[in-house]
Design a protein around this ligand. Structure first.
Ligand code: ATP
Ligand code: MG
Length: 568
């Protein structure tokens, strides 16, 4: 992992680092740090997961520990190998290597054995109540729960029933295994939660071996303990589940199942971003309903979407670091994410010239066959990027927005009679505006100052405006995709009565245009990133072909975040 994303020495410890340091100081776990990242393979990872990945892997790296990748595949219905593969790719792309690769489903036999043990200890029972009855018996925050009539079955009877559940003797949904804890607990999660349900569905790894599947709360802590995880980091909505997490593990009273000390669950605030939704379930709907082209659509907040958009792993790691680790939920301005990629690419991206909306410019005092080779630096501040040749000719394209027939105040770009600089090439003055029958400007006829070759006036006269240009003869055409926010609402989930979160999908989130590029961009490896001068950062899309590249605009050049931060 590169240095730029490692925690800055200057910042103080966040609360999880404090916990880890205290544990190391006290010798708990022998100073060991083993974290895990436990995605459910039911979708592609998003930027919120990236935050969690950076936290788990970053913490382990900082304290000389390691991180396991664990697929939390206890729910056979929604899971798929495609997701497993994408998750592995995304974690690796972010720059992290895991120690163990595990699947909760590998622990099914162990989870089953431990469940039998709990039954034997009188800590779990088979319950025949229906789903609705269980809900009703559970009560609510104000009403204490009622004990199930099956709660006091003898262990031998429970064991027999549980074995027959496993053997497939009972129909789906007819019985469950429940932990026997406390139906009067103020914490609803402790009111005899479900441990197993009967569900005949094919699992992407275990096939049809099982017809009973463990519940998340049961499987999760047991998986952590089995892997000897030291710090089990999750998001805040699991805070109320922590007593249950501990309860399941603490029932191993004889220490037959788990190594001590047991793992500790620690909750932090999940990442929320403005102008997007961040749950796999909703992202899946965006894909299924065709609002986007796929999980890796550059408008998606998925890691694969951000990658295709042009984000670098370094920028996402820097973002995770800047967001920090909080104990209370917050919403982060997407402008911060954009600032992170801008900062990273400013130093890394070679410069190129491009014109999104072309206007022809003819230098009338230059001969038809005249050609001046200009060595263009690939980076203004870093000579190690080298140079590339561009040819200044009589016929060029410039950006249509760089011309105003009736110039506004303080307009330093092209206008009738005005002089501007063509980047690194020369100074030109607009002499004549050519229009078509409808009155649209189709061509600017200019003259150049031959003494200004290279870009500066021979007499030192000041010329403020500098434009990008492309010679017509060498110009290539390419599809350029410009993106706007996927939603027009800052919080798409904040919908009025009767509305739907999809109501604020931005109909103009993708604009495809045919742009004019300099010839050096004809062959751009998919994934290669450039700054198109004055226009933003762009990344070559895999849809491109040699000679017909496709570029995604990653982000514009203007830093709205710096302005926001500077606001009083
Ligand atoms: P989603 O609701 O998007 O499906 P999830 O929490 O169900 O998310 P998991 O695959 O279960 O997704 O999560 C894997 C890990 O990533 C968990 O430890 C979870 O806490 C963490 N995580 C998920 N979303 C976020 C988020 N927005 N911010 C920080 N961490 C997150
Ligand atoms: Mg989930």
């Amino acid at each position: 992992m590169s240095d730029d994303a490692s925690p800055t020495e200057s910042r103080s410890l966040h609360f999880i680092e404090e916990i880890v340091e205290a544990d190391r100081a006290s010798g708990k776990h022998g100073g060991r740090v083993l974290t895990r990242f436990p995605p459910e393979p039911n979708g592609y990872l998003h930027i919120g997961h990236a935050k969690s990945i950076c936290l788990n892997f970053g913490l382990a790296a900082k304290y000389g520990g390691a991180t396991n990748l664990r697929f939390d595949d206890t729910n056979p219905v929604k899971e798929d190998v495609e997701y497993v593969d994408s998750i592995r790719e995304d974690v690796r792309w972010l720059g992290f290597d895991w120690k163990g690769e595990h699947y909760a489903s590998d622990y099914f036999p162990f989870l089953y054995d431990y469940a039998e043990y709990l039954i034997g200890q009188g800590k779990a029972y088979v319950c025949d109540l229906s789903e609705a009855e269980i809900r009703e018996y559970r009560g609510n925050f104000h009403v204490p729960g009622k004990e199930s009539p099956y709660r006091n079955r003898r262990p031998e009877e429970n064991l027999d029933l549980f074995r027959r559940m496993r053997a497939g003797e009972f129909p789906d949904g007819s019985r469950v295994l429940r932990a026997r804890i406390d139906m009067a607990s103020g914490n609803m999660n402790m009111r005899d939660p479900l441990m197993y349900r009967i569900r005949r569905s094919h699992h992407h790894r275990t096939g049809d071996t099982w017809c009973i599947y463990p519940m998340y709360d049961y499987a999760h802590g047991v998986s952590d303990a089995l892997e000897t995880i030291t710090h089990s980091i999750c998001t805040l909505e699991f805070e109320d589940h922590r007593p249950l997490y501990d309860w399941f593990l603490e029932q191993d009273v004889e220490g037959r199942f788990f190594q001590r000390p047991l793992p500790r669950q620690i909750e932090f605030a999940r990442l929320n971003l403005t102008y997007t939704v961040m749950s796999k379930r909703r992202l899946l709907l965006l894909v299924q309903e065709g609002h986007v082209k796929g999980w890796d659509d550059p408008r998606m907040p998925t890691i694969s979407g951000l990658r295709r958009r042009g984000y670098t792993p370094e920028s996402l790691r820097a973002f995770a670091e800047r967001v920090g680790v909080a104990k209370r939920d917050t919403v982060i301005d997407v402008g911060l994410l954009e600032a992170c990629i801008r900062e990273d690419l400013e130093a890394k991206a070679p410069r190129r010239l491009a014109v999104l909306n072309p206007l022809k410019l003819v230098i009338t005092n230059m001969a038809e066959d005249e050609a001046h080779v200009i060595e263009m630096p690939n980076h203004p501040d870093d000579p190690s990027f080298g140079t590339r040749p561009m040819v200044l000719r009589r016929e060029l394209y410039i950006e249509r927005d760089d011309f105003m027939e009736v110039p506004a105040r303080k307009w330093f770009r092209l206008a009738p009679g005005a002089e501007v600089r063509l980047r690194r090439a020369c100074l030109v003055t607009c002499r004549e505006v050519v229009k078509d029958a409808s009155g649209a400007v189709v061509e600017l006829r200019c003259t150049w100052d031959p003494g200004s070759l290279g870009g500066d006036a021979p007499d030192g006269r000041k010329v403020k405006g500098t434009l990008q240009w492309i010679p017509v003869k060498e110009a290539i055409r390419a599809e350029v995709r410009l993106y706007d926010r996927l939603f027009t609402a800052e919080d798409p989930m904040d919908v009025p009565e009767g509305g739907d979160w999809r109501d604020t999908l931005n109909p103009a989130s993708l604009q495809g245009i045919e742009a004019i590029l300099e010839p050096a961009l004809a062959v751009a490896e998919p994934g290669s990133r450039f700054q198109f001068e004055r226009l933003g950062y762009f990344c070559a899309d895999p849809d491109g072909r040699p000679g017909a590249p496709v570029f995604n605009r990653t982000v514009g050049l203007k830093d709205s975040w710096a302005r926001l931060e500077a606001r009083p």
